[in-house]
Design a protein around this ligand. Structure first.
Ligand code: COA
Length: 390
């Protein structure tokens, strides 16, 4: 961290603190989540993530993030019913998805679909808090339908319409696979959705807040957030983890692979974090699910390989604070569930939409335009050179 946070002199000769990648900069007060990166603790609105993973559902967690308190039974039922009733998306969005190139990246399709959703908002100029809350619920309900439609389309299958008798997670798996999932599979996905729902000022969430801070609109903020999540340093890492494991191919080859990458100063996907310098608590929970799925499927290979990668990474670079992050074990969890690798990062979005929208609502409550500065280290007062003299 030392050389990434330094005192510099700006172009006017004034001292300034330069934090590369805004590391450690406090950009807002936020009541949504809290991360203790040294002790590996994540709270959503004060509640440890382990408790939510054990007792809550994605629907309840979404309510909690949006409204700032746990719902009473009646409130939760009403919220669940609202989500169910809004699962259908405009046929035009599905037509649009069908019209996209079959080879296009699923996150790019999601980004474009979300942007298009905004065109069907019947009251676009209305940015009242109640209206934005309504849009947030629309988006949380619509994301699984859009992502499943993208997956079906990209794999050459007919789009499956949502059902209203299934939970959020179960309905998503139903729309992806065309058949209702086993109870355990729904619960595993439900837990994964809870664990990915919010995480402070990560790149995509910060993106959504920057966009809304200009008083743009919810769809613009979420579209930009999807674009940010796609990157392999952020949500794209879960798919990269699976690519890595498949490429390594066997447990015997793990050590040589990891050592080679470290020797060449290359990153091992699914490790390291800007905030955590210890084990990511979400990875700890997902690792347990990966292990259970390995047992249930009778295929321990991918879990065992992951454990081996983890063991070598901690041995080699643990003292630098590099440990597994959320993407490391979500990869094998999804893989064991038979989910297509192209779906891994979109599933992250199906969950994080709850956090993004909660942050957009919070930003709007007490908005101030985000506008940091950059230091210009170049030459000044240069003369304009006519084109024929260059
Ligand atoms: N594998 C190997 N080394 C890693 C590493 C990884 N996954 N992540 C960080 N490091 C090392 C860097 O090489 C660097 O070492 P150095 O100081 O000797 O040069 C040091 O740790 C700091 O890394 P840096 O990339 O500056 O940290 P950051 O805070 O900017 O990055 C991530 C955080 C997440 C972008 C980074 O850890 C990463 O790229 N991880 C892999 C992608 C991933 O899993 N992303 C999902 C995050 S939830």
């Amino acid at each position: 961290m030392a050389d990434k946070v330094r005192e510099v002199i700006d172009e006017f000769g004034r001292p300034a603190e330069f934090r590369e990648g805004l590391e450690g900069v406090v950009a807002a007060l936020s009541m949504i989540s809290s991360i203790d990166g040294e002790n590996g603790v994540l709270l959503y609105r004060g509640i440890p993530i382990e408790q939510l993973a054990e007792h809550s559902t994605f629907e309840e967690t979404s309510y909690f993030l949006l409204y700032g308190r746990l719902p009473k039974r009646q409130e939760l039922t009403e919220f669940e019913n609202k989500l169910k009733s809004r699962r259908q998306v405009q046929p035009a969005i599905l037509d649009l998805i069908r019209s996209f190139p079959a080879t296009a990246n699923a996150m790019d399709l999601l980004r474009t679909s979300v942007s298009a959703l905004g065109l069907y908002d019947t009251d676009p100029a209305n940015s009242a808090p109640e209206k934005n809350l309504d849009r947030a619920i629309d988006l949380i309900a619509a994301f699984p339908t859009i992502v499943a439609a993208i997956q079906r389309r990209q794999s050459g299958q007919a789009v499956v319409a949502p059902r209203t008798d299934l939970s959020h997670a179960a309905n998503f798996l139903y729309m992806v696979n065309g058949e209702a999932p086993a109870e355990y599979a729904s619960r595993v996905l439900d837990v994964a959705l809870i664990l990915h729902a919010d995480h402070g000022f990560n790149a995509s969430t910060f993106t959504s807040r920057v966009v809304i801070s200009s008083l743009s609109d919810m769809y613009a903020a979420i579209t930009a957030a999807v674009g940010s999540l796609k990157g392999p340093l952020h949500g794209g890492a879960n798919s990269e983890v699976m690519t890595t494991l498949l490429k390594i191919g066997s447990i015997e080859k793990v050590e040589a692979y990891v050592l080679e990458r470290l020797k060449n100063k290359q990153k091992v996907m699914g490790f390291g974090h800007r905030v955590y310098h210890t084990y990511d608590p979400r990875a700890r929970i997902l690792s347990q699910y990966s292990q259970k799925l390995a047992q249930q499927t009778g295929n321990a290979k991918w879990f065992d390989m992951s454990k081996k990668v983890e063991e070598i990474m901690i041995r080699e670079v643990g003292e630098k604070g590099i440990y597994p992050n959320v993407d490391f074990y979500s990869a094998t969890v999804y893989y064991y569930m038979g989910l297509d690798q192209d779906l891994f990062t979109p599933i992250f979005a199906v969950s994080r939409i709850a956090g993004w929208t909660a942050h957009v609502l919070e930003q709007m409550q007490n908005n101030r335009l985000f506008r940091p500065r950059a230091i210009y280290p170049g030459e000044k007062n240069l003369a304009y050179v006519p084109i024929e003299q260059r």
